[in-house]
Design a protein around this ligand. Structure first.
Ligand code: ZN
Ligand code: ZN
Ligand code: ZN
Length: 271
């Protein structure tokens, strides 16, 4: 399984418009953060979790040319506003693309993109072709099994446990509170990807300290912090984290392979 971090920033992206703080004006490319999204690829399937406003640029920047499915966590603008651009993948594959999400999220996505359906427009207009699939329990996309996870984020937010063979990955980009049942479902995953907005508390996100406390309970083999704001300098944060917890960055690609002796993984930069 291959995971590509397409974006690791909070809703406004980093640099923020009109901000001249050290992180927003940093020369370190790891401090440039597109809006949060993850690309997951296996031998059989390629899917994206969320389609942020930066989606088109993310596809170009990281040379992504295959997409078989879209999975939504929730319908905040920073997670859905690039959705229209999946029409290029309809053209490339010649297929209708399924989009998965909980009922509330799909309602909002379909309200915003009310022209999107699963049949070509009778007037020949160029529109995405999508089968919306409501997630009500675990589902399969190719060889990846996805289990929806309940997470509090001021509104409904669905995290996911992704499993392919023996590999298990947890993905929770926006989180203010994680119910105990969700924590239990994630215990011992190979990789946990988790919200850590900033150091100071926030009404709808966990801060770094809260994220680390959750990670101590989940005890993944490796963890990556995402959805980061401009309070967090990549290198400074990386130097302050406990062993096994890493700061994600745009273009980070993690390859995971299940072997008899355990999971092996490697990291590279896709850009
Ligand atoms: Zn978000
Ligand atoms: Zn700033
Ligand atoms: Zn959100």
């Amino acid at each position: 399984m291959e995971l590509t971090f397409l974006g690791t920033g909070t809703s406004v992206g980093i640099p923020m418009i009109g901000c001249h703080c050290p992180v927003c004006s940093s020369a370190n490319p790891r401090n440039i953060r597109r809006r949060t999204s993850l690309y997951v690829k296996t031998k059989k399937v390629a899917l994206v979790i969320d389609t942020p406003p930066d989606f088109r640029q993310q596809m170009l920047d990281f040379r992504i040319e295959r997409l078989d499915a879209v999975v939504f966590t929730h319908a905040h603008a920073d997670h859905i506003f690039g959705f229209d651009d999946i029409r290029r993948f309809n053209t490339l594959s010649g297929k209708v693309i399924p989009a998965y999400g909980d009922a509330e999220t799909l309602n909002d996505v379909q309200r915003v993109f009310n022209y999107i359906g699963n049949r070509p427009s009778p007037q020949g207009l160029y529109r995405p072709l999508v089968d919306f699939v409501e997630v009500m329990g675990p589902f399969q996309v190719g060889d990846v099994r996805l289990t929806p996870l309940d997470v509090r984020h001021g509104r409904k937010m669905t995290g996911y446990l992704l499993e392919a063979g023996a590999l298990r990955v947890g993905y929770v980009p926006d989180c203010h509170e994680m119910p105990a049942a969700t924590v239990r479902r994630l215990v011992g995953v190979d990789v946990m990807i988790l919200d850590a907005l900033r150091y100071r508390p926030h009404p709808s996100h966990i801060c770094v300290e809260e994220s680390l406390a959750l990670l101590a309970q989940i005890a993944p083999r490796a963890a990556y912090l995402i959805h980061l704001c401009h309070d967090l300098d990549h290198d400074a944060l990386a130097g302050a984290l406990p062993f096994g917890v890493r700061v994600s960055y745009d273009g980070l690609r993690v390859r995971l392979e299940a072997r008899a002796e355990g999971t092996v993984w490697s990291e590279e930069c896709a850009s």
